[in-house]
Design a binder for this molecule. Structure first.
Ligand SMILES: Nc1ncnc2c1ncn2[C@@H]1O[C@H](COP(=O)(O)OP(=O)(O)OP(=O)(O)O)[C@@H](O)[C@H]1O
Length: 487
């Protein structure tokens, strides 16, 4: 039988779960809960693999990993961590660990990795990373954990990365993190937003042009590819790239050489390529507006960024992060109350992190008190205007209006938890709670036209008017406001 697995874990319940699962797989497990005990065990015998927690009573499992590795250079190490930051993910990867699992982890995946690790024996040793690097990504949700793990996988190579995700989810920030933390951090990070450049200029922007290449080309121009030599080229909004430029890009990626517009000689380039898009490229490929072969060239390692609505648990941390950032940018210093943070978590941030950031900056600028409380946030949401905001205002008044029909049950659940109406009045309160955002929404849709709103709802105009008074909805508030969505 093979050597046992060494489990260094001080959380008894996690240890039991892992031990049982490994034993079910026919593996033997030896457990300890301190670094000292770990080292004693490692000095006494060999293990097929070590699973280690990071924060232990007498030390840090990653910082002391070399002690373990020196004793058993071939023993694969899997790191388990509850400190789910990008920083820990990077430290874990840099430590040369075979795998890194943020807690909570998927047990099946962990067992799979253990078996793989035992099979692989020697762990790849990763180069260590520079100290003091800024790690700008905030959020510890499981969805972001998956992103961090993907990031760590591309740091020690130059594979092309395709970052997918809605607008404002942090695609550019992830590209910068890969650049900074990876091997090209000392080189330039050059970004080009394809959507922001007129189609006829894209090729010259990307590849440069020779003097006289076209009318207006009075001087030679060095394109982004060449500017990014030794660093990273970030091709943002790749889905907006015109066909002709796509063809040229594909050729460059295939050959590692670029040809300036109007140029004769090809120039080699040495830049890591990271592309991003908020578009679904599959239908574009089907329609023939995006080259399939280019897609495969770019999509070597896809990283999918979750929309903010799928990681509500990150909203409080992000909000506080942006308040600090705002203060560093010279805005007044504020704290965020827990109630205010909870309220922010309930909102639908359709513009994702960017929208939340803009909102927090506005609040930081306007708020009068040191502590930003629920009421401040509520007023800011209402003042923000726009149809989305009315839903949000309704949410802010204690009513969760579902963003999508399929989310109604969840919204109801949240509302019940948040408001815990007394027994005997649940029906009346829930119906009123539902009516309020519904009426607000209809008034918003009709620009405050009560007659039209009543018709669309299929209720009597007087009934609507009466309910508006009872529910304290001011229809005038919907009249003048435009329908432009914020940002
Ligand atoms: N996880 C995060 N932690 C801290 N700040 C973030 C995070 N994600 C995004 N941001 C900030 O939110 C803003 C929007 O992010 P970014 O520009 O990277 O989004 P994007 O997905 O590239 O957007 P677009 O598709 O519109 O180009 C930036 O100011 C960025 O710094």
């Amino acid at each position: 039988m093979s050597d046992p697995v060494l489990l260094v874990e001080d959380d008894i319940s996690i240890a039991i779960v892992i031990t049982t699962a490994l034993e079910d797989e026919g593996l033997k497990v030896v457990r300890c809960d301190t670094i000292a005990e770990r080292d004693r065990l490692l000095g006494a015998r060999t293990f097929s693999l070590m699973l280690t927690d990071v924060v232990l009573k007498d030390g840090d499992g990653i910082e002391t990993i070399d002690v373990a590795r020196n004793q058993h250079p071939d023993m694969p190490i899997i790191i388990l961590s509850a400190q789910n930051t990008l920083d820990t993910a990077v430290r874990a990867t840099d430590s040369g660990a075979f795998e890194y699992f943020p807690k909570p982890f998927d047990l099946d995946e962990l067992i799979h990795a253990v078996k793989q690790g035992i099979g692989s024996s020697a762990a790849p040793v990763m180069p260590t990373q520079d100290e003091g690097m800024a790690l700008p990504l905030v959020g510890r949700s499981p969805a972001m954990q998956a992103v961090y793990r993907m990031i760590t996988r591309v740091l020690r190579n130059d594979l092309t990365v395709l970052i997918l995700g809605e607008s404002g989810t942090g695609k550019e920030l992830v590209a910068e993190a890969i650049h900074q933390l990876g091997g090209r951090g000392r080189g330039p990070f050059v970004a080009i937003n394809t959507a922001a450049i007129p189609a006829e200029l894209i090729e010259s922007e990307l590849f440069g042009h020779e003097k006289g290449a076209f009318t207006g080309a009075v001087n030679r121009h060095i394109g982004k590819f060449e500017q990014a030599q030794g660093g990273t080229l970030f091709l943002d909004e790749i889905g907006d790239m015109p066909m002709q430029a796509q063809t040229r890009l594909l050729r460059a990626l295939q050959s590692g050489m670029i040809l300036r517009v109007g140029g004769r000689e090809e120039v080699p380039f040495d830049a890591r390529i990271i592309a991003a898009t908020n578009k679904d490229l599959a239908p574009m490929i089907a329609e023939g507006t995006f080259r399939e072969d280019l897609y495969y060239r770019l999509n070597v390692v896809p990283i999918q960024l979750p929309p903010l609505r799928e990681r509500g648990e990150d909203i409080a941390a992000l909000s506080r992060h942006f308040l600090n950032q705002a203060a560093r940018d010279g805005l007044p210093v504020h704290m965020l109350s827990d109630g205010a943070a909870d309220l922010l978590c309930l909102q639908q941030w359709r513009g994702n992190v960017r929208e939340l950031k803009n909102f927090i900056y506005r609040v930081a600028l306007m708020a009068r008190d040191d502590v930003i409380d629920e009421q401040t946030i509520r007023s800011a949401l209402v003042e923000d205007g726009g149809p989305l905001r009315h839903e949000r205002a309704a949410v802010a008044s204690g009513v969760a209006m579902a963003d999508r029909g399929d989310d109604l049950a969840g919204a109801l659940g949240r509302w019940l938890t948040a408001n815990s109406p007394a027994s005997g009045e649940i029906y009346a309160k829930a119906i009123a709670a539902f009516e309020k955002p519904l009426f607000a929404h209809m008034l918003d849709t009709t620009g405050g036209n009560q007659l039209r709103a009543a018709q669309m709802l299929g209720i009597n105009r007087n009934t609507l008017r009466k309910r508006l008074v009872e529910l304290e909805i001011d229809p005038d508030g919907f009249a003048a406001k435009g329908h432009s969505a914020a940002n």
